[in-house]
Every structure is written in C-alpha cells, then in structure tokens.
Design a protein around this ligand. Structure first.
Ligand code: A3P
Length: 320
C-alpha cells in the first residue's frame, strides 16, 4: 500500500491518455491545462504544481524555449557561483550549461522533485513551464524569477532547426512547423500565453520578476550581466568592476567561447523519449544571431507572424 506522499506523486496516466495529442514536431505534443507539452513529459510536469516546494529565496530562470536558455543559465550560474568557482577550474568548462542549472521536475537534469528538496538555499533553478503550471506559491512566497523570451520569428526558426536536429523521424517542413507554431501548438506553447503570463507577473511583482529578451542581451550583454548580478543579490563590488570581472563573464559565456568547449561539441549525445529524440550538446548552439528568420521564412510568413503577434499582445504593453 502506498503512503500518502507516494500516492500524491503518482501521475494519472489515464488522464494523460485522454488529453488531446498532436503529431508533427519531433515528438507528439499533448495539451495539458492550455499548454502543449511533449507527450512523454506530461505526467512528470503534472506533478510540479503540487509537489514542487518553492522557497522564498529560490531564483527561477523561466524561459520560452529557444530564447537563449543556455545563455541565461551560463550567465546566471557564473555570476552567482563566482565566489566558489574560478575560470581556470569552472564547471562550465566540462558541463553543458543546461546541466549546471536543474530543470524543475526533469530528472535527467538534476531536477527530480525529491532531489530539489535536498538542495541548499538559495537554489538556482530553471523551467520552460508557463506560470500556470508552477505552484501558485511561486508568486505568493515571492520567488525571484528571471524570464527570457525572444522575437517570435527568430524563436520559431530556432525551434524548427532544433526539432529537425534532435528528431530521429521524418524532417518537419518549415511550412508545417509554421502553421503549428501560429496555432499555438509548439513545445510549451502557445508562445503568446507563455510570454503574457510572465509579462503580467513582472508588472505585478516588478522587484521580484525580471523580464528579459534575447535581443537585449545581444545588444548590451555587459549591462544585462550587471543588472542580473544586482537582481540575484550579488552585485559586482568596486574591486570586481576594476578587475574587469563583468567583461570577463560576458566573454566566458559568449556564443563562440561556449560553443568551442569540448563539453558543448558534437559527440556523446543522449537518447530520450524512447529513441524519438537524440540530443547533442552542440544542438544548443546554432548561429546565435538576431534576425536570422529572413534567411528561412518568406516575406509572407514574416508578415503573418507579425500580425498574429500584434493581435495577441494588443493592450498588454508587450511588443516585439
Ligand atoms: P539560434 O538557433 O537562433 O542560433 P535555448 O538555449 O533556449 O534552447 O536557445 C537556443 C538559441 O540560443 C539558439 O539560437 C542558440 O544558438 C542560441 N545560443 C545558445 N548559446 C548562446 C550564447 N552563449 N550566446 C548567444 N546565443 C546563444
């Protein structure tokens, strides 16, 4: 017989099987509580809202996928661990950035919920889940959240390349992927709901929720690094500034620097989702450019997406 704690952690597989499911991306997606999740992950993510225990001093890096999660994790980790890690002997030299900050509720990343309970405070955690799939206590206890999003056309192009790189089945055409993305059916989509939830949260809790865009980090990484350090509660000291530490962190976490590390090069990929996904660390580093959508999407597609974006964010104050 199960004790009540174990019983509470049993996902309801019958319920999962009854949810709407769509094929098309590298794995099927299932719609749970208005969010499209990779079907094989739904039962794990369903547990997060009830069983993840937010702490007041948690820092959660919440990102829409393909918005620069890898980059944000590297920056936040390097900033917050700088008193214990030197650049000569840094965890990022040997681990993919995705591994140094656990994904809440994703076991292979150190994010198993029981394991998270054992981590010392303050915890640096990450998630792609929309706010509605996290426990409401994230807001009420006042967890700090750094949200990162990206111009939707670029995020879409990055998503399309990524799914084709990790998928082991037939490739996804740009057109099919585009249609699904615009219907809101993409991993952790609809993207507009994802952005709006965190946008509104940042308006409601401006001191505790930092809303960031990929383009902003590209255009002034140094400014973002300094702001992040303050936000994380570890601003650079005068001495650190004099020694150029902020600049050093920007360089250390830059696309070219990270991508060229052995830990992030091809080789040693892992299979997931019963062989449907083959994830290589190198898949997380493609081009790292703003505006790459023009090299893949037609003018028509671009206009269609811009209209959709305008419509979805109308009146919210959020613009792309
Ligand atoms: P592109 O596909 O446009 O190149 P995520 O980490 O959320 O999956 O996002 C991946 C995107 O961020 C990819 O975009 C990837 O190249 C880019 N990226 C990864 N690391 C980066 C870094 N250090 N600096 C800038 N961009 C980076």
């Amino acid at each position: 017989s199960l004790n009540p704690l174990e019983a509470s952690r049993q996902p309801d597989e019958d319920l999962v099987a009854r949810l709407p499911t769509r094929e098309g991306w590298s794995t099927p997606l299932t719609l749970y509580d208005n969010c499209w999740l990779r079907s094989h992950m739904v039962s794990k993510f369903m547990l997060v809202r009830d069983d993840f225990k937010p702490r007041r001093d948690d820092i959660i890096l919440a990102t829409h996928p393909k918005s620069g999660t890898t980059w944000l994790k590297s920056l936040a980790f390097t900033i917050s661990s700088r008193s214990r890690c030197t650049f000569a002997d840094h965890p990022l030299l040997t681990s993919n950035p995705q591994r140094v900050v656990p994904f809440i509720g994703v076991p292979g990343t150190g994010g198993d919920l029981d394991h998270l309970d054992t981590l010392p405070s303050p915890r640096l955690l990450s998630t792609h889940l929309p706010l509605t799939l996290l426990p409401p206590t994230v807001s009420t206890v006042g967890c700090r959240v750094v949200y990162l999003c990206r111009e939707p056309k670029d995020a879409f192009v990055s998503r399309w390349h990524f799914d084709n790189k990790i998928g082991t089945g037939a490739p996804i055409s740009l057109e099919d992927a585009f249609d699904m993305f615009c219907q809101g059916c993409s991993p952790f989509g609809p993207f507009w709901d994802h952005h709006l939830q965190y946008w509104n949260e940042s308006l409601a809790r401006p001191q505790e929720v930092m809303f960031l865009r990929y383009e902003e980090i590209v255009s002034d990484p140094l400014k973002v690094v300094r702001n992040l350090a303050c936000f994380l509660g570890v601003p650079f000291t005068e001495e650190e500034e004099k020694s150029g530490l902020a600049e050093q962190i920007v360089r250390f976490c830059s696309f070219d620097s990270l991508r060229n590390l052995d830990a992030n090069k091809a080789g040693g990929g892992v299979e997931r989702a019963g062989g449907k996904i083959f994830l290589e660390a190198s898949s997380l580093f493609r081009k790292g450019k703003v505006g790459d959508w023009v090299n893949h999407m037609s003018k028509d597609m671009g206009e269609k997406m811009d209209l959709l974006v305008k419509d979805k964010f109308k009146g919210s104050g959020l613009e792309f």
